[in-house]
Design a binder for this molecule. Structure first.
Ligand code: C2E
Ligand code: MG
Ligand code: MG
Ligand code: MG
Length: 291
């Protein structure tokens, strides 16, 4: 009897069951939050540090919880990762970002918006058709104003599918960035097959580059790689003016980070756009030396 009890315990692990139940409850709560309109997008500017010009903004999701206040994506997105809800939420994000983009465009603010796509969403066989359907609701909006950010690691997971999606979307005028670039630790050969427009250097390397020569080497490496493959390169995690200056020296003009602007609600962006000036010493930076 003892033994079978042990076996039974092993087969019906109550802890695992509890975890699964808790995850389902949390997911139900997220579904409810979507219906209740508790999600919102904030926008973080991306700038050309050399030209002192704003090139676009990245849409970042937040959950305005009625009791807990603003919750960051790191706290709830992981729960959705392997579920169909991440596709539902992804579609909501795209639609919300396009509505905002359309509103800005009509108001004469011609800004490019970047939207993060979850790995699960990207993997959908009909991703491109879904995107085309969402875009068709905004017939006046030039699709070149939309950029999609996909994780380098997700693109690597199924390079053939990712390459197909990127090519099909680029034919519709949409551009692509490989996000958190450098964290995939992969053979660089695959880059040949992924027609993404931009490499987005992961912020962990950028943030540490001034104090750590190995991180600096990785940043230099990605900038060189982008050049060799004829792609654009942008640094995320530009936390200070000094980070920006160092990146400009290395030949990376595009940047995003707390040192430029934090993510902000859509309503605050127009004011930010009207008042932002690049730091003096960025604009004095000469063109990078020829390679
Ligand atoms: P990400 O796409 O790499 O976005 C950059 C994250 O770094 C954002 O965090 C941003 O607020 C933060 N950040 C920007 N500049 C700096 C800086 O200078 N220093 C530091 N320490 N952090 C900086 P956030 O908004 O918490 O988003 C975290 C991640 O969640 C994003 O990383 C992205 O992978 C994911 N995410 C956010 N919104 C969405 C979304 O709508 N859909 C999907 N699928 N993923 C999203
Ligand atoms: Mg991103
Ligand atoms: Mg990133
Ligand atoms: Mg990230």
């Amino acid at each position: 009897a003892k033994q079978s009890g042990g076996n039974r315990y092993f087969m019906f692990d109550p802890f695992k069951d509890q975890v699964a139940r808790a995850e389902r409850t949390a997911l139900d709560r997220l579904q409810q939050a979507l219906t209740a309109g508790e999600f919102e997008l904030h926008y973080q500017p991306k700038v050309d540090m050399r030209a002192g010009r704003v090139i676009g903004a990245e849409a970042l999701i937040r959950w305005r919880h009625p009791e807990r206040g603003l919750i960051m994506p790191g706290e709830f997105l992981p729960l959705t990762e392997d579920t169909d809800f991440s596709v539902t939420l992804g579609e909501w994000v795209i639609h919300r970002a396009l509505s905002q983009l359309d509103a800005w465009y009509r108001a004469g603010i011609e800004l490019c918006i970047s939207v993060n796509i979850s790995p699960r969403h990207l993997q959908q066989p009909d991703f491109t058709q879904g995107l085309a359907a969402l875009l068709s609701a905004f017939p006046e909006l030039p699709s070149r104003l939309l950029e999609l950010e996909i994780l380098e690691t997700a693109a690597l997971h199924d390079t053939a599918h990712a390459a197909e999606v990127i090519s099909a979307c680029r034919r519709m005028g949409i551009s692509f960035a490989l996000d958190d670039f450098g964290t995939g630790y992969s053979s660089l050969l695959y880059l040949k097959h992924l027609p993404a427009d931009t490499l987005k250097i992961d912020q962990s390397f950028v943030r540490a580059m001034l104090d750590d020569s190995e991180h600096m080497a990785i940043v230099k490496g990605v900038i060189g790689l982008a050049e060799a493959f004829n792609r654009k390169v942008i640094a995320e995690g530009v936390e200070s003016v000094a980070h920006g200056s160092a990146l400009l020296e290395l030949g990376c003009a595009l940047g995003q980070g707390y040192g430029i602007a934090r993510p902000m609600p859509a309503a605050d962006l127009a004011h930010w756009l009207a008042t932002w000036r690049a730091p003096e010493n960025w604009q004095q930076t000469k063109e990078p030396p020829p390679h």
